[in-house]
Design a protein around this ligand. Structure first.
Ligand code: HSE
Length: 439
């Protein structure tokens, strides 16, 4: 016997589908930590089966103990493995088929696939329940940060009010590099792709969809609602300019792409959008590919976890933690509650969102324009915290960049006031609107 409670001769046979950056790192980590993992779990964890698109590719890992399978699905149902690890990606096709096949054959599954979970998480959790199997996905949100276990087990004694964070390393990398180096959006995205942070299709990152997939998982764990990416309002970072980053800095804010889920009087609000956070906040200090998640809860008050959100070894750390849990015999309800006890997620319309707003306008240089804009704001009961007007950087006096910061108001009021201002003909360009998230 040992600390893990099992017989040291017990073996957990692991099958891994997908041997890209993360899959190869998992193999390496299992090998490097083999003795400690055996001592901790009571089982020798061995990779006995693998499947990948290109078996011939040199990966620098030892797969001599593993059988190659032609397809992930064949691996998933093989008698040769006890546990199936899905690292293929995508919400359909081989990933979905193989995970379903593994669960249907009673095998536990570990996955890093946030898109698959956001779309089919409830059906997969139901399958896992029916077959007494585990479905574990620590690596699907915020890479190496153990936020899934924190919400599901660590904070089980709390009522959570809000969970929010920087959940996409690529976007945070782009915004950080733009702000600190003055580089263009396109240059920073190309760098993030080169470093292997971005999704195969980077519009998932910059359009906010990757953050939304992760937020759906967090909201389910935090509030006991069914995962539903359709219930999330999503805006990406593609329209954020250097002008916004500079203006944010002058006003004492920094722009981050946040995923936010919070209890409100009209249900759980879930939203992804570029956000101004106070420069003094802990989340504002998080730069580069690093992720951060903050939880506001009654007993613990505020908790922030910060760590690497993407990259092979960090993500492998979370995958291996799940494998170790399963080796120990842990079978948590995937989303913290039996599937039938999860409530439906309701889309909370953004128009009802309440908070402060940053608004950047290209105001035509005509007498009365500023007064007319202030009047429209007042007509919609929007109180202004600050107004900054500068001469255009290019010296063009026909247009003046004006930045307004509002006290708390509603999205509907802001949108109506701006529609009126545009109609009045006082602005030369589409207004830029960024929501402010205060601590
Ligand atoms: N593309 C993702 C990111 C990878 O940039 O955070 C980790 O999910």
């Amino acid at each position: 016997m040992n600390a893990g409670g099992g017989d040291m001769n017990d073996i957990l046979r692991v099958g891994i589908a997908g041997l890209g950056t993360v899959g190869a790192a998992v193999v390496r980590l299992l090998e490097a930590q083999s003795a400690d993992l055996a001592a901790r779990t009571g089982k020798k964890i061995m990779v006995t089966g693998v499947s990948a698109r290109d078996p011939a590719r040199e990966r620098g890992i030892d797969l001599s103990g593993a059988t190659w399978f032609a397809t992930p699905k064949e691996l998933a149902v093989s008698e040769n493995i006890d546990l199936f690890v899905e690292l293929i990606g995508g919400d359909e096709g081989a990933a979905r088929e193989s995970v379903e096949a593994a669960l249907n054959s009673g095998k536990s599954v570990v996955t890093a696939n946030k898109a698959l979970l956001a779309r089919h998480g409830i059906a997969l959790a139901r399958l896992a329940e029916q077959h007494g199997a585990a479905l574990a996905f620590e690596a699907s949100v915020a890479g190496g940060i153990p936020i899934v276990k924190t919400l599901r087990e660590g904070l089980a004694g709390n009522r959570i009010e809000r969970v929010y964070g920087i959940l996409n390393g690529t976007c945070n990398y782009i915004l950080s590099r733009m702000e600190l180096e003055g580089l263009s959006f396109a240059e920073c995205l190309a760098e993030a792709q080169k470093l292997g942070y971005a999704e195969a299709d980077p519009t998932f990152d910059i359009g906010g969809f990757d953050t939304a997939h992760k937020l759906a998982i967090l909201a389910s764990l935090a509030f006991g609602v069914k995962l539903d990416a359709e219930a999330i309002s999503i805006e990406g970072v593609q329209d954020i300019s250097l002008a916004d980053l500079h203006a944010a800095d002058e006003l004492g804010y920094r722009v981050k792409l946040l995923g936010v889920a919070q209890r409100t009087s009209h249900g759980v609000e879930q939203r992804v959008h570029p956000t101004m956070v106070p420069l003094s906040s802990s989340i504002a200090q998080v730069m580069g590919v690093t992720n951060a998640v903050t939880v506001d809860a009654d007993a613990v008050s505020e908790l922030t976890l910060v760590g690497p959100g993407a990259g092979g070894m960090a993500t492998a750390s979370a995958v291996v933690a799940d494998i170790a849990d399963i080796a120990r015999g842990i079978r948590s309800a995937p989303f913290g509650l039996p599937v039938d006890h999860l409530a439906p997620a309701q889309k909370s319309p953004m128009q009802r969102h309440e908070g402060g707003y940053y608004i950047r306008l290209a105001v035509r240089n005509q007498i009365g324009a500023a007064a007319a804009i202030a009047t429209r704001m007042a007509e919609h009961e929007i109180s202004l915290e600050s107004i900054v007007q500068r001469r255009a950087r290019d010296g063009d006096d026909s247009v003046a960049p004006v930045v307004l910061v509002t006290y708390a108001t509603t999205e509907a009021s802001v949108r109506q006031a701006l529609a009126q201002i545009v109609k009045d003909g006082h602005v030369a360009d589409k207004p830029q609107v960024i929501r402010i998230e205060r601590e």
